[in-house]
Design a protein around this ligand. Structure first.
Ligand SMILES: [Zn+2]
Length: 163
């Protein structure tokens, strides 16, 4: 399984569009730039793929989007970063990660995962939120001398984000 993020308690699978683009780039021995408006990708560099945030308005070069309204200076700065990495191609990634893209370890109870899934949908959590909350819930469970991460630990971890 190719992953975007892997920690002690959770890993996030690469979205299909990214793993396909990555496989093609690897075979062609090219460096590919993945541009995504989702901040969760911004710090991930995987194999021959490098991830970047889009231009400040988010629309440059993306045919399915409205026109870019950034200044020439903003676009020049944005493109310079990618040119420095000798990119051969650019892929735009849309869409959020699905809940099924998260793989949790067996320390989470069914009730914990059910509550977590609900929070992911209702609070529009990012992949980084899920990873941070998993770590936080694991710490809380440990402090409670609980072998499993249960719904109450998830609930407490979620509450810290909202403050
Ligand atoms: Zn723009």
């Amino acid at each position: 399984m190719e992953t975007l993020i892997t920690t002690d308690h959770v890993s996030v699978k690469l979205p299909p569009v990214v793993s396909r683009a990555q496989a093609i780039a690897d075979k062609a021995d090219k460096t590919l730039v993945i541009v995504s408006r989702h901040r969760m990708f911004a710090t991930v560099h995987s194999g021959m793929c490098k991830f970047y945030l889009p231009c400040p308005c988010g629309n440059f070069g993306n045919l399915s989007m409205a026109a870019c309204n950034c200044t020439v200076e903003e676009i020049t700065d944005w493109q310079r970063t990618m040119k420095n990495d000798n990119a051969s191609g650019i892929v735009f990634v849309e869409g959020y990660l699905r809940w099924s893209d998260f793989v949790f370890d067996k320390n989470f109870t069914e009730a914990a995962l059910l509550l977590f899934k609900q929070a992911y949908t209702e609070l529009s959590l990012t992949a980084n939120n899920v990873v941070d909350m998993s770590d936080c819930a694991a710490i809380i469970a440990n402090m409670d001398d609980s072998a499993k991460i249960d719904a109450c630990h998830i609930a407490e971890a979620i509450s810290y984000r909202l403050h």
